[in-house]
Design a protein around this ligand. Structure first.
Ligand code: FAD
Ligand code: DLZ
Ligand code: SF4
Length: 511
């Protein structure tokens, strides 16, 4: 029996069940760089380079292990736009009894692959589980079914118990608390010194690939010059090790910091490695836990870091597959505006937006609070159409795959799911951004005022957001104080604020 194992660009692990019964004599692995995957949203050139370079490196590794790989490069003479074209071409060239796939990370492609079961000229098409997560999808399904409200915190506690991570032998959490979030909110004042991240030398072949990508996808937003993402398991390992040794101790305190000129701070930069399959999430958590046990990192840092991977990452994946495809269509706040031009690098005097978008253009990266409280918050307050915002997030980050991008953007940042991801919207005025760091000190807008011509745009938009969504949020006990503060202002002041917000919304591309 001959099998064709099709591997996607973000499935670079040889521990997948797709390889369980692999017969080197008869079976083949198929990997393909294709235009359709690179263009269905205008992916950042660094994301395309990362995926193609990592795919090529992984194909070489499989070959070394004695598995034959049919690899289609983007400049192949064989005409094929899509993954389906490539699979059909291979099935026409050689006889296979079955095609083996791994459950992919996006509903669009999953739907296509399910169709293959009836449409491809092969006896059998099997879709096997993607086991590169800490819990199987069935765990989330069982946990979520029958619950009135889903909250990550409770899911996370179950995951802690399931894995034993940061647990005492009596079943209580290490340190007596499940969550040290309140200790993770400091601005960064220059101490301790920032960690250095390892440099990954590009091989000559990767340099050639970068030139090809520039020629083909140079019209996409984003620069290639500063590419420094791990493309192999060894490089990802080096990045993780350096993080645990040098940055993890500061991760907790400064997780929410926004610091001018510092896009990385104490963050791990491992999301693309995890999402591509170059790192194993459970191993990453266990190594962080070990650092705590050895006294090399404090509990607030290690718990905070583990919560992101064991909690949020697993949670959003479960939620995505449980609620798709309808989830992508949600627009609870009826947001209709277009995405500001500044998100694609258009000029703006808003320093925070310029700083975050500049980092994305240069690295295909922004850390969590930049994504949530700067670009996400601004889109939420403006009322930008979730579909446009989600497309942007999927395109511009090297780590963006829909299973993780969509719940974070549509749910967490835009509250477009009506509260599934979070019980209240992450709406904030410029004061929040000011408190977290020094962006505002470098801005031409005044973060202290609301309705002047030079007032920070976030400020009036924030109040206008509360005002237009009063029916939805006034009854939310976590937002009562905000409405009280708004109602306490005199009528003239409220009118001036709303007028300024209207002007900001109508003139967003001139800000
Ligand atoms: P660190 O801050 O060092 O955190 C460590 C790891 O925790 C990350 O590598 C990541 O794997 C995991 N993690 C942290 N927060 C989350 C989260 N909310 N959901 C899932 N995993 C998390 N992450 C992606 O991997 N891909 C995306 O497309 C993506 N889109 C996002 C969109 C928005 C609007 C927001 C608010 C967050 C998004 N995130 C996404 C989550 C998070 O911002 C990134 O995982 C993180 O910034 C990656 O950088 P890092 O590796 O330095 O993370
Ligand atoms: C994102 C991406 C890109 C840019 N290119 C390819 C590709 O050429 N070949 C491939 O197999 N996968 C690619 N991917 C990743 C897929 O789009 C990804 O598997 C789905 O988005 C599901 O996560
Ligand atoms: Fe951003 Fe407003 Fe601060 Fe300027 S003043 S950096 S626009 S939050």
């Amino acid at each position: 029996m001959a099998s064709l194992v099709v591997l996607l660009g973000d499935q670079l692990s040889n521990r997948l069940p797709a390889f369980d019964d692999f017969e080197p004599d008869t079976d083949r692995v198929l990997m393909a760089e294709v235009e359709q995957e690179a263009r269905y949203v205008p992916h950042h050139p660094q994301k395309i380079l990362l995926i193609f370079a990592a795919m090529r490196a992984f194909a070489a590794r499989l070959e070394q292990q004695g598995k034959s790989v049919i690899y289609r490069k983007i400049d192949s003479a064989v005409e094929a736009d899509s993954l389906e074209d490539v699979v059909r071409h291979e099935l026409a060239r050689k006889h296979y009894d079955r095609v083996i796939l791994t459950h992919c990370g996006e509903h669009r492609l999953h739907r296509t692959m399910r169709r293959w079961q009836s449409e491809l000229p092969v006896e059998d098409v099997e879709i096997r589980a993607d086991t590169r997560f800490i819990a199987p999808l069935s765990f989330f399904k069982t946990w979520s079914e029958g619950r009135k409200a889903w909250r990550m915190e409770y899911f996370y506690r179950e995951m802690r118990k399931r894995t034993g991570l940061l647990m005492n032998s009596d079943g209580s959490p290490t340190g007596g608390q499940w969550n040290f979030d309140a200790d993770n909110r400091r601005a960064y004042d220059g101490k301790p010194p920032l960690p250095e991240h390892p440099r990954f030398e590009m091989s000559e072949a990767t340099r050639t690939l970068a030139r090809q990508i520039d020629a083909r996808f140079g019209d996409h937003f984003g620069a290639l010059d500063d590419f420094n993402w791990p493309t192999t398991h060894d490089e990802a390992e080096r990045l993780l090790e350096t993080f645990i040794d040098d940055a993890l101790p500061g991760f907790g305190d400064f997780q929410d910091a926004l610091t001018d000129g510092q896009p990385f701070l104490f963050h791990a930069l491992i999301s693309s490695s995890l999402n591509l399959g170059l790192l194993d999430p459970l191993d990453v958590c266990q190594r962080a836990e070990r650092a705590y046990k050895e006294g090399a990192a404090p509990l607030n840092a290690v718990e905070g870091f583990i919560r992101q991977i064991l909690g949020w990452r697993e949670y959003v994946r479960g939620l995505y597959w449980q609620l798709m495809p309808d989830y992508a269509e949600r627009n609870h706040l009826n947001a209709r505006k277009a995405l500001p031009w500044s998100y694609w690098g258009g000029h703006t005097d808003m320093h925070c937006i310029r700083e975050v978008v500049g980092g994305i253009e240069r690295y295909g990266y922004a850390h969590h609070i930049q994504r949530l409280m700067v670009t996400g918050n601004f889109a939420l307050l403006l009322g930008v159409n979730p579909r446009e915002v989600c497309e942007w997030y999927l395109a511009v980050f090297v780590d963006a795959f829909e299973w993780v991008e969509l719940p974070n953007t549509l749910g967490m940042a835009l509250h477009a799911d009506g509260g599934v991801m979070g019980s209240k919207p992450y709406a904030a005025s410029g004061r929040y951004i000011d408190r977290q760091g020094d962006y505002c000190a470098h801005c031409t807008y005044n973060v202290k005022t609301t309705s002047e011509d030079d007032s920070c745009p976030f400020n009036s938009l924030y109040w206008a957001f509360l005002d237009r969504n009063r029916d939805r949020f006034e009854g939310n006990h976590r937002m009562k104080m905000m409405y009280r503060n708004w109602d306490r202002q005199n009528e003239g002041k409220r009118k001036a604020t709303l007028a300024r917000a209207r002007w900001v919304r109508d003139n967003v591309d001139t800000l």
